[in-house]
Structure formats: structure tokens, C-alpha cells
Design a protein around this ligand. Structure first.
Ligand code: CMP
Length: 133
């Protein structure tokens, strides 16, 4: 089943110069980039994007990090793209992510974890509408 998913290459990855490497991994897998934009998330978008985390203790720090510097947002498309991109991303906590995954290879934090990828069809649709309306 062809799917579209929203990917964010987070500010830590942009700052570290990993944008090309992360996009290359998605493309080499056979996924297609069908939209791409660099921008800085504002507080309103952070609250809408992370609505399910608004009341989590880590939300203030997450919002501070995500709105601090530019990030790259992409629509990524392909067969089972939602779960495939999450597999390539690895576990949320980069310290526990498998080597070979983006977080497993490049990260050492559960917050500065390089990439966001939609976790379901509903969130993919919601997040694509939010970022590319
Ligand atoms: P993401 O996939 O973008 O979805 C929610 C984000 O919150 C997650 O990646 C991390 O960047 C961050 N996050 C999740 N859990 C924690 C935590 N325990 N402490 C700090 N940040 C977290």
C-alpha cells in the first residue's frame, strides 16, 4: 500500500550537517521525497504538532529545542512508508536505537534524536496538513 508520511529532520541534525546523509538513507531505501521545506518551527506549530505531548514533563524542553533553530520538513512516499521510515529512524531514545538506524548511528539522546516520523496513518495525515497546507 502506497503511503505518505511526514518527516522532520530536527534542528540537531541540521546543525550537525546530517541533512544530506539522512535524506540519502531515505532515498537509497527506495522512498520518494515529494515535498521539502526548511523552516523554523514556531510555538503555535510546536503545540499543534506535538498535541499529544502537551502535558508531558519533557514538553517545555522539547518545544524549546524544536523551535530553537531551522529544521527540514519532508513528505516521504512509498510502499508502507509510515512503518518503513520509523524502522529506518530507530527507537525514540537514540541511546537505545539499533546501530544501522539513523538514531542508532548518529544520536546519544532521547530528545535530540535527529528525526521525527509520523507514527500512524491518522498522524501522517494530520501532520502533513499541518506542515504543508
Ligand atoms: P518525536 O518522534 O519527534 O516525538 C516526540 C519527541 O519528544 C521525541 O521524538 C523526542 O524528541 C522527545 N522525547 C520523547 N521522550 C522524551 C523524554 N523522555 N525526554 C525528552 N524528550 C523526549
Amino acid at each position: 500500500e502506497n503511503q505518505r508520511t511526514l518527516v522532520l529532520i530536527k534542528p540537531d541534525a541540521v546543525e550537525r550537517g546530517l541533512v544530506g546523509d539522512i535524506i540519502a538513507r531515505l532515498e537509497r531505501k527506495g522512498l520518494k521525497i515529494t515535498a521539502l521545506q526548511m523552516r523554523t518551527m514556531d510555538s503555535e506549530l510546536a503545540e499543534a504538532h506535538y498535541e499529544e505531548h502537551l502535558n508531558k514533563p519533557f514538553f517545555p524542553g522539547l518545544k524549546e529545542f524544536m523551535t530553537s533553530k531551522p529544521l527540514v520538513s519532508l513528505i516521504v512516499e512509498g510502499d508502507q512508508a509510515i512503518s518503513v521510515v520509523r524502522l529506518l529512524a530507530g527507537a525514540t531514545d537514540a541511546r537505545k536505537a539499533e546501530p544501522g538506524t539513523i538514531r542508532g548511528d548518529f544520536g546519544l539522546s532521547n530528545q535530540l534524536n535527529l528525526i521525527h516520523a509520523s507514527d500512524s496513518e491518522e498522524s501522517a495525515k494530520r501532520e502533513i496538513d499541518l506542515w504543508f497546507s
